[in-house]
Write a protein that binds this ligand. Sequence first.
Ligand SMILES: Cc1ncc(COP(=O)(O)O)c(C=O)c1O
Length: 309
Amino acid sequence: MNSEKESHTTHDAEQDARNKDVKIYINGEIVHRDDAKVSVYDAGFMLGDGMWEGLRLYNGKWAFFEEHMDRFFNSCKTVSIDVGMTKDEMLDALNRTAAANGMTDDVHCRLMLTRGIKDKPFQHPSLSRSGPTLVLIMEHSKPVDSLSSKGIRLATVPQVRGLPMSQDAKLNSHSKLNCIIACLQAEEAGADEALMLDPHGFVNTTNACNFFIVRRGEVWTSTGDYCMNGVTRQKVIDLCRENGIPVFEKNYSLYEAYGADEAFLTGTFGAQTPVASIDGKPIGNGDRPMTRKLRQFYKDLIKRTTSDA
Ligand SMILES: Cc1ncc(COP(=O)(O)O)c(C=O)c1O
């Protein structure tokens, strides 16, 4: 590891003592985190057989709830997990849990649904017979300031993104082993997180966020194949279009990434996080006018879409 610089993850949040006592939703019950327990027979624990979403609460409202639910329900349908509730019922569960925690702002939720408890400790999905397990973990969560000031150090890694017929990257699956291996490789290379290529060698995404570069006033990201169909990714593309900023979803290589004026990551947790370096090469001159502008547009969008709650 590079010991001169403090290391980061893209999900570093300010310490908040209140998180030691958060209440967690499990299948309709809301309990203290110390009592929030799932069976060792649960398909999520045993096999990573489940889907999840990361959501943020602003001004008492879940940002881009519809978009998150569209992706979540589509993912569950793809792997034949019956969510067992409607989107409105899910919203009610989220709101009840937030209320039980007295939370309205700067909150991150990990919503997780697994295929449920299995009769036997084996893979076959039909062994989960008693319905899905739904868990909502909410924490007080403000990304640390240094993430947006210093930026993140990426390393390209041997682990690549998969083809959709092996494990479609659009499935926000509990099983993140492909991403975890990439992240371990990046750490071993002395970076914070991994920049992953697609099977053809084009720059695709990071292990936990979508990836953008800025070149001569243009914003580029991958075609969208092989990566998570990120809600924040789409919002950034839409904001560019609305504000007359040229934006392209295209194939490009490390050549263009290393030579970019700016690079940033997108995700629900950190919104837009600047990239300081890739493979030890600094990106741009550290001035990040486009990233700053897009961060502001995104902040305004959140305000516009959550302020009437
Ligand atoms: C691999 C990966 N890429 C990107 C994202 C960002 O997606 P979103 O903007 O919807 O949070 C996530 C978050 O779930 C992710 O796991």
